[in-house]
Design a binder for this molecule. Sequence first.
Ligand code: NAP
Length: 538
Amino acid sequence: MATAMSVSAVTPAAAAVAGPRTMVCVPATARAPREMAEELAAAAALGADVAELRLDCLIGFAPRRDLPVILAKPRPLPALVTYRPKWEGGEYEGDDESRFEALLLAMELGAEYVDVELKVADKFMKLISGRKPDNCKLIVSSHNYESTPSSEELANLVAQIQATGADIVKIATTATEIVDVAKMFQILVHCQVPIIGLVMNDRGFISRVLCPKYGGLLTFGSLKKGKESAPAQPTAAELINLYNIRQIGPDTKVFGIIGKPVGHSKSPILHNEAFRSVGFNAVYVPFLVDDLAKFLNTYSSPDFAGFSCTIPHKEAAVRCCDEVDPIARAIGAVNTIIRRPDGKLVGYNTDYVGAISAIEDGIRASEQTDPDTSPLAGRLFVVIGAGGAGKALAYGAKEKGARVVIANRTFARAQELANLIGGPALTLADLENYHPEEGMILANTTAIGMHPNVNETPLSKQALKSYAVVFDAVYTPKETRLLREAAECGATVVSGLEMFIRQAMGQFEHFTGMPVDDYKFRAIASSLDNRNTMKPRL
Ligand code: NAP
C-alpha cells in the first residue's frame, strides 16, 4: 500500500531519536505595543513556550520608542520577533533597511529569536555580521501561500536556508490536499538542523498538531479564536489541553476522524480525553480528506493506527479496507478502520450497535417491555436516509426483528436499501402522510437539522404525531428541532449523542485494545456539551 510519499518511510527514523520538546508559540498580533506585551503575558499564562511578536501588526510602530516597551524585562516568555513584509504575507509596506534596523534593535534588546525571510536573508546577514548576540537565534523563513512543493524541492529549500547561516529553518507551505502534509513530515524527520515545518490551511491542520512526532521545533497556537496569524491555526489551549501536545513524541500513535467536513466532530475531544484517562500514548486528530484511498495509501505507517470514518467516506471505506467485518460488509458502511500489526486495514461498524442499543434502552426506560426480547421486535421502524448511518440503523433494526421502511431524498437509494433489507421504500413526500399503524419508531439518519441548519427538520410536526419513538442521529445540537417537536407530540425521544457515545466506546476498544470504562467514558462525554474547545470548521 505504501507509496513513494508514504509516511511509513519516515516513521522509523522519527522513532529512533526524540529531539527537544516542540515549543508552542503564540502569535501576538496586537495593534499597540503595550497590548502586545500584554498578549505575551497572556500567552505565558496559557502555558505557551514562546510568543511571536508580529511587529508588522503594530500601528504607527516606532522601533526605538516601542521595542523597549514590548521587550521589557523581566519578560514572562522568550520572544520571537517577526516583522513580516507584505510580499511575504505580512503587513509591513516600508523598505527593508528600516525593517532590518528594527530587527537588529530587537536582537540587542534581548529577543531570543528573530525571523527574517529567505529572499532577503543574505542582505540581513551582512547587516548583522558580528553584531548578533550569542543568545539570539536567527530563523530564516520561507512561506508558500499556494501549494506544497515536492519533497525534493522542500529538501532543496532547506539546504538553501541552511546555506544562509540560519540557526533555525522555517518553511510554511499550503496544503491543497491532506497528503501534502506527508511531504513536510518527511522533511522534518530528515532535517539535521532545528526546523519549523508547517502546512497552512484546513487540509494542513494535522501538521500543526503532529509536528512533535516528527521533530518540529515549534508550532503556532493562537491566543484565542479570531487571533490566528495563519489559516486553520488552532488555539494554544487546544494544542495543550485538547491534543495533549506535550505528550506527543516519536512513539505516539495517531488516530483520527476522516471526513469532509470534519470540523464539527466532537470525536477529537472525546477520544483524546479518553486516551489520556487511561495513559494511552496516542493522539486523535481531524483528517479533512478528499480522496480516502489516496489518504490511506499515503499515511500507511503503523503509527497511523486507526481511524473513525464519517461523511462522505463510510461506503468508500468498505472498498479501501483489506478485510471487513461481516456486519460492516452487510451494512455496506465502515465507520472504524484499524491497522493490524501486519499492516492490513480492517473495517468495522460501531454505529450499528451504538444506535440500536441506544434506541432499545430508550424504549425500555419509557415502556413496559419483555426483558428477553428486543423492544424493536415486530415494530414498524421507519428510517429516513439511505447513507452510512441509514444502512446501519436499517440493518440493526431488521436484525432485531423490526419491520423496516426506508424513506430517502433520492428515491432510488431508498429502493436499493429497502430491497436489501426486505421492506418498502418511500419518498420523503410519502412520509408526510404515512400512518399505517400506531406505535411506530422513526430514525432520522440524514444531516437535516445539524448545526448550523438547526431550524431544519426532516418531518413536519403534524406527521410526527404518528410516532411513539423518535431517534435523531444528528447530535450537534443535542436537542434537534426534530426531537424537540417529537417530545412535544408525546413521543419517547433518543438523542444522537447517545449513539455517538456508544459508537465511540466501540471505537475506543478497537483503538486501544482495552475494555472501555463505561462510567468514566460517559463522564468525559457528558462534559462535551460544556466545552467550547472545538476547532474552526474544517
Ligand atoms: P451519508 O452516508 O452521506 O448519508 C447522508 C444521507 O442523508 C443520505 O441518505 C442523503 O440523501 C441524506 N441527506 C443529506 N442531506 C439531505 C438533505 N438536505 N435533505 C434530505 N436528505 C439529505 O451520511 P451518514 O454517515 O449516513 O451520516 C448522516 C447523518 O448521521 C449525519 O448528520 C451524521 O452526523 C449523523 N451520524 C451520527 C452519528 C452519531 O454517532 N450520532 C453516527 C453517524 C452519523 P441522498 O441519498 O438523497 O443524498
